[in-house]
Ligand binder design. Structure first.
Ligand SMILES: [Fe+2]
Ligand SMILES: [Fe+2]
Length: 293
């Protein structure tokens, strides 16, 4: 279980080493002609024959539109999570370490949301809004799910965004502003993940078979939803691909495969650490995410 001193240490780091988007990100840097926007391993149609038929401008534009979807989804997910954290914090004694850390986290998450919004504007992005299913499930789960399930879900999303951030910030072919945005986010999310994991140990220690299975499903569904937000048919139309319908179908399959190969290892490790893969859940992970569990 996470000790009070450990949370105090995280609060101290957050106060003494804050990462301010205003100064950390070199906003005045414009993209170089050769810069990309999303690592190839994360571009939905990279790897398909149709990708090779596109001009390099079209390839870059797809990366730009897809990274805008990623930034938009992060901001939206964090905004929902802030709504929940604000309610949760209201119930805690104000002087408790948990309360004070959550306030730090909320502050940081709002800075992130502003940073993502500014990045989208700088990329001339026009985010495609979520489908009704996404919007509804986000709102319903934020309002109805108990706290432990919401922390599970948000940790799942944080671990995925962390993966994306790692690929993007380490790729020297990516536009510098994006690399720094992802780097900042990666560092601060590392602290949030540490806190959330500690908090969840309390819940998973006591959990029996049914609860563990439910946690596992909440995580699975969150990842499934996140994954479906990035790839959109409209993007292929925007860059002038004529058979956008067909390309979209192929891109979805291709992206799912890449996502399973590149983005799931940390999440699988986490779920495995408290026994979230069992006879009730394993099939669903294999079926929905093609996870090797
Ligand atoms: Fe964040
Ligand atoms: Fe976070």
């Amino acid at each position: 279980m996470m000790q009070a001193e450990e949370i105090e240490r995280l609060i101290k780091i957050s106060k003494e080493r804050p990462l301010m988007p205003e100064t950390y990100v070199p906003w005045s840097e414009q993209p170089l002609p050769e810069d990309g926007y999303l690592p190839e391993s994360l571009i939905s149609i990279q790897g398909l024959p149709v990708y090779e038929t596109l001009t390099s401008q079209q390839q870059k534009d797809i990366g730009r539109h897809e990274v805008v979807q990623v930034l938009y989804s992060y901001g939206w997910g964090e905004a929902l999570f802030c709504v929940f954290m604000a309610k949760f914090a209201l119930e805690l004694p104000p002087e408790s370490p948990e309360h004070r850390f959550l306030i730090r986290e909320i502050i940081e998450e709002y800075r992130h949301q502003e940073m993502f919004a500014q990045t989208i504007a700088q990329l001339n992005g026009k985010p495609l809004i979520q489908t009704t299913a996404h919007r509804l499930s986000g709102k319903i789960s934020t309002n109805l799910l108990p706290a432990d399930y919401l922390f599970m879900g948000s940790l799942a999303v944080e671990l995925i965004t962390d993966k994306y951030g790692n690929y993007a910030r380490r790729d020297p072919k990516i536009y510098l502003v994006l690399r720094k945005v992802f780097e900042l986010h990666n560092i601060e999310e590392g602290r949030h993940i540490h806190f959330t994991k500690g908090l969840l140990e309390r819940y998973t220690e006591k959990a029996g078979f049914i609860k563990k299975s439910l946690y596992s499903f909440v995580i699975l569904i969150n990842i499934h939803f996140v994954r479906t937000m990035y790839v959109r048919k409209e993007i292929f139309e925007r860059v002038g691909i004529s058979n956008a319908d067909e390309v979209f179908k192929q891109a979805k399959i291709n992206f799912h495969k890449k996502f399973s190969e590149n983005c799931l290892d940390d999440i699988i490790k986490f779920v495995n650490s408290w026994g979230g893969f069992n006879i009730a859940t394993r099939w669903a992970w294999r079926w929905l995410l093609d996870a090797k569990v």
